[in-house]
Write a protein that binds this ligand. Structure first.
Ligand code: XIL
Length: 451
């Protein structure tokens, strides 16, 4: 770098550090010459998480049993922290919105910091938020998020670098300023070339992975790249495979996945890089296609460290089928060890977006329903059954994180997807009291899994 550029970038870094601290306070963030974000946290800030739980909190199974008959709220300091029941065997996490962590005194913010030790941002780490226009980066929410994670001593997940949804449309256009829809651009032959798309995604991934090299522990490099039949994801709102094509001529259109992984690995050799997808829980064909695609990538030297099962499930789901599909993906650990012996034993599966749709059976067509204690108990039983299954893989060193997609029943995307309806998908009720499902998750920490 020339001296001039160095002075400019040092000045920019200093200006950024200043702009990130309120007057008089020590700056907590800075960005170095390589573009890496650094946090400089006080010891007191890092102990925020621990300060939220009293020393008197009782982690015994008997105390847990007793708690079930009382009402407790998410932020109560005498309640044990959910993740601590698992004593480091597996991380327990949650996804939330950037607006849910702005006030350390807010009860939900406290609940997030207290109970979980791995975090995802529901939306604000997605490319449409970070890179809405050419040359424009909005890092504010993602920066706040990684800082919150560091203060709470938690891992953070970068979700997600490449997807068919919530991505900037300009990435795919010949002229980034073209205001037409992608479909119109496609019809007018105004999409960008394969080379340009490769450059754009490589630049985006390089910039973002570099920035969060020190502060993000896990990346969903690619999200939802397969169809049920396992060929590729053809969604109306993206042209990944269509534009990038079969670059190496091997007959498969998954080259965009390879380009993304290679860019992420080049930006951070040590990063934990994952592929994330939905419905693999039930669709054997999709799970097999995922296995085949990842094996193909690994044999080409592309290190995929893990697979995420999103796990948007229903209260009537079949746990045996789900177990079989996890087992299939667990088989990739052997391929990984063979292809990357220096990383032997590091392949992992994560449950990345766990929640439970309650509108099933006779309720399937309803939008509003007053959930009863019985419904909540039924839900708790299913969550426990699932957790017991996950714990078998935890104890085989295969699953290392289980993340819930939302903090409470009100803050859940299942209230609006696939349609507006008052769902009850999570562990915490709308009044922030702990549901039977919450205790069921904790209880799984006491289940003995077979050797
Ligand atoms: C969802 C968010 O929760 C919603 O707020 C948003 O409107 C759409 O995306 N699979 C994923 C997540 O990988 O990123 C999605 O999150 C849920 C499905």
């Amino acid at each position: 770098m020339s001296t001039f550029k160095r002075i400019i970038s040092a000045a920019l870094a200093a200006a950024l550090a200043l702009s990130l601290c309120s007057c008089g306070e020590k700056p907590t963030r800075s960005v170095d010459e390589q573009g890496v974000l650094h946090l400089d946290l006080e010891e007191t800030e890092v102990s925020y998480k621990d300060s939220l739980t009293d020393d008197s909190a009782d982690y015994s199974q008997e105390a847990l049993e007793k708690m079930k008959s009382e009402t407790h709220y998410i932020e109560d300091s005498d309640v044990p922290a959910l993740y601590k029941y698992f004593d480091g065997r597996v991380r327990i996490g949650v996804a939330f919105g950037a607006n849910q962590i702005t006030d350390p005194e807010d009860r939900n913010t406290k609940g997030i910091a207290k109970h979980y030790n791995i975090y995802s941002l529901g939306n604000e780490f997605k490319p449409d938020c970070i890179n809405p226009a050419e040359g424009v980066y909005n890092f504010e929410h993602a920066d706040n998020f990684v800082e919150f994670g560091a203060k709470a001593g938690a891992y953070v997940r970068g979700h997600t670098l490449l997807w068919h949804s919530q991505i900037p449309q300009w990435w795919f256009k010949a002229d980034p300023a073209d205001t037409r829809s992608l479909a119109d651009c496609a019809a007018a032959d105004a999409l960008c070339t394969s080379e340009v798309l490769q450059e754009r995604i490589t630049k985006y991934i390089t910039d973002v992975v570099t920035r969060y090299k020190d502060t993000v522990q896990v990346w969903d490099v690619c999200n939802e790249v397969l169809n049920a039949d396992g060929i590729r994801r053809i969604a109306d709102d993206s042209y990944w495979a269509d534009i990038m094509g079969d670059i190496d001529g091997d007959g498969y259109y998954d080259d965009y996945v390879e380009v993304a992984f290679r860019a992420a690995r080049a930006a951070d050799e040590d990063a934990f890089l994952m592929i994330n997808d939905f419905n693999m829980e039930w669709q054997g064909s999709k799970t097999k296609a995922m296995y085949d695609m990842i094996e193909r990538l690994m044999r080409k030297g592309v290190r995929v460290d893990g697979v995420g099962f999103q796990s948007h499930i229903s209260v009537d789901c079949d746990v045996a089928t789900y177990r079989r599909n996890i087992e299939k993906i667990a088989g990739l650990a052997e391929v990984y060890d063979e292809c990357f012996p220096e990383h032997k034993g590091e392949f992992r599966i994560q449950i990345t977006e766990l929640d439970m749709n309650m509108f099933v059976g006779s309720l399937a067509e309803k939008s509003f329903y007053k959930w009863t204690d019985e419904d909540f108990k039924r839900q708790a039983i299913k969550y426990k059954e699932l957790m017991d299954m996950f714990m078998e893989f935890v104890d085989r060193d295969l699953i290392d994180a289980i993340i819930f997609w939302g903090t409470d029943d009100e803050n859940s995307w299942l209230n609006s997807t696939p349609k507006l309806r008052r769902n009850a998908a999570l562990l915490v009720d709308r009044d922030f009291s702990l549901k039977p499902a919450f205790y069921a998750i904790a209880e799984a920490a006491f289940t003995k899994t077979e050797e």
